[in-house]
Design a protein around this ligand. Structure first.
Ligand code: CA
Length: 228
């Protein structure tokens, strides 16, 4: 069963989300506070996607995200934000979320986002098992891991998908739309901005000097290129 955690303090919104996810075939774990969410995740370690409301009575959704991410790189995390200002904070803090949804959202939109993350965190069918080596990087597509100079780089599932896409397309300029399609899927409803947020975070992890990136280079007005 595919498990999703829903953290939302407002019970009407929570039920709305839970009902729709169950209808879509997910097993749903509910939490009303951040503390409860962290505790429940301890007991349900096979949870593959977490939906985290930002504004909560105790620790906020960003803090929950940070704590989840500290111990688990594989879980997909979607932030539920009430306002655009909160998204600025998501961008600014880059707490490790893979995606965000702004309230109010439709059931179809939410389910599509969860489906997309679920597909990536599934681990399932990799077409070409093995390794892609582009010094100083080594991508292992069986274990879904990345090493730089022999050192493991901890990646989220989305970051892994982005790196894999780049390493399979070295030297090719990829538009932000293409990246969104390849990484998030064609049925994805999100905004292009999420591409930039994830690439910025990825640069912090893999570039020698993130302010002057040499591996993931920007193609102005278009997108990005794996600069080999
Ligand atoms: Ca709330």
């Amino acid at each position: 069963m595919k498990k999703v955690l829903v953290l939302e303090d407002e019970s009407s919104i929570r039920s709305f989300i839970v009902i729709n996810l169950r209808r879509a075939g997910y097993e749903v774990i509910e939490a009303e506070t951040g503390e409860e969410a962290l505790e429940k995740l301890e007991h349900h370690r096979d949870t593959r996607v977490a939906l985290l409301d930002v504004m909560l009575p105790g620790i906020d959704g960003f803090e929950v995200c940070r704590r989840i991410r500290a111990g688990n790189a594989n879980i997909g995390i979607i932030m539920l934000t009430a306002r655009a200002q909160e998204m600025d904070k998501v961008t600014g803090l880059m707490t490790g979320a893979d995606d965000y949804v702004t309230k109010p959202f439709s059931p179809a939109e939410l389910t599509a986002r969860v489906d997309a993350l679920m597909r990536r965190s599934g681990g399932g069918s990799e077409a070409n098992d093995g390794e892609i080596r582009q010094d100083p990087f080594l991508l292992n597509t069986r274990n879904r891991t990345l090493e730089k100079n022999g050192q493991r780089v901890k990646l989220t599932q989305v970051e892994y998908a982005i790196i894999k896409m780049f390493m399979e397309n070295p030297g090719k300029a990829l538009s932000r739309e293409e990246i969104l399609d390849m990484v998030w899927g064609r049925d994805y409803f999100g905004e292009l901005k999420i591409v930039d947020v994830n690439i910025r975070r990825l640069r912090l992890k893999i570039e020698d000097n993130p302010t002057n990136p040499t591996y993931i280079t920007t193609v102005w007005g278009y997108g990005y290129k794996w600069g080999f």
